[in-house]
Design a protein around this ligand. Structure first.
Ligand code: SAH
Length: 222
């Protein structure tokens, strides 16, 4: 289906005013980056969920996207993006866990090259369609188990993981550039924390942030 301008802009519960309310809420919750907030304002989140849920797309909550997965809460998307961009804007970013593609779309408006991988093919196919419809042409995607990263395009200035492993996969650490950073939820279900890893010349530095709730990072492709 071809999207019209008005479908992207939204009406009623998906309109600009509803989106402005969401952005105000994110600011109140502590999101500081003006660039990130502007992208959240411009990104039609209602097109990343099922039509039946479109009227709830600008609530600050996670929503189901099928296959036991969710679209992340806008606050979490904003927060992770802000943490990833905290020092300088990364050129090349790998996202693990495309899901519906919302976080990918946000990233693609802030960094030059986005690589994203997803283990559930059906979700990736839907996300691909959305990227095309929204003319986001700087996203490359692949159906694969993201625990192994995407070696062909490594190393990355930034890696953003949107599903939680109990421990950080070492393959991902290896695909991070020196000076690069990874934003990743880590921990067992119910005890995950947003974590930022920075790779220096000779070590990986770890900063632990707020508790979060993510779906688990699972192995294999389906
Ligand atoms: N980025 C999404 C979040 C989707 S939820 C958003 O913007 O809302 C997390 C996604 O990670 C799910 O789609 C899940 O299938 C995927 N995932 C889990 N383990 C994975 C793995 N090992 N490799 C790639 N994707 C994975």
């Amino acid at each position: 289906m071809k999207l019209t301008e008005s479908m992207i802009r939204g009406i009623g519960m998906t309109s600009q005013r509803t989106r402005e309310r969401l952005v105000r809420r994110l600011r109140e919750k502590g999101v500081m980056s003006a660039a990130v907030l502007e992208v959240i304002l411009q990104t039609p989140r209602h097109l990343f969920v099922d039509e039946a849920l479109a009227s709830r797309a600008y609530e600050d909550t996670a929503l189901p996207i099928g296959y036991s997965q969710t679209i992340s809460q806008p606050y979490i998307v904003a927060r992770m993006t802000e943490l990833l961009l905290a020092n300088e804007t990364p050129r090349r970013v790998l996202e693990v866990g495309t899901g519906c593609g919302y976080q990918t779309a946000v990233l693609a408006q802030l960094v030059p090259d986005v690589y994203t991988v997803e283990r559930i093919e059906a979700l990736l196919q839907q996300a691909r369609r959305r990227f095309r419809q929204l003319r986001l042409s700087n996203i490359r995607n692949r159906h694969t188990d993201g625990q192994w990263g995407w070696k062909e395009h490594a190393p990355y200035d930034g890696i953003l993981v949107t599903a939680a492993p109990e421990e950080i996969p070492s393959e991902l650490l290896g695909q991070l550039k020196i000076g690069g950073r990874m934003v990743i939820p880590v921990g067992i279900q119910g005890q995950q924390h947003l974590t930022v890893i920075t790779r220096t010349e000779d070590q990986y530095m770890q900063d632990i942030y707020e508790p979060v709730t993510f779906v688990p990072l699972l192995g294999g492709e389906i």
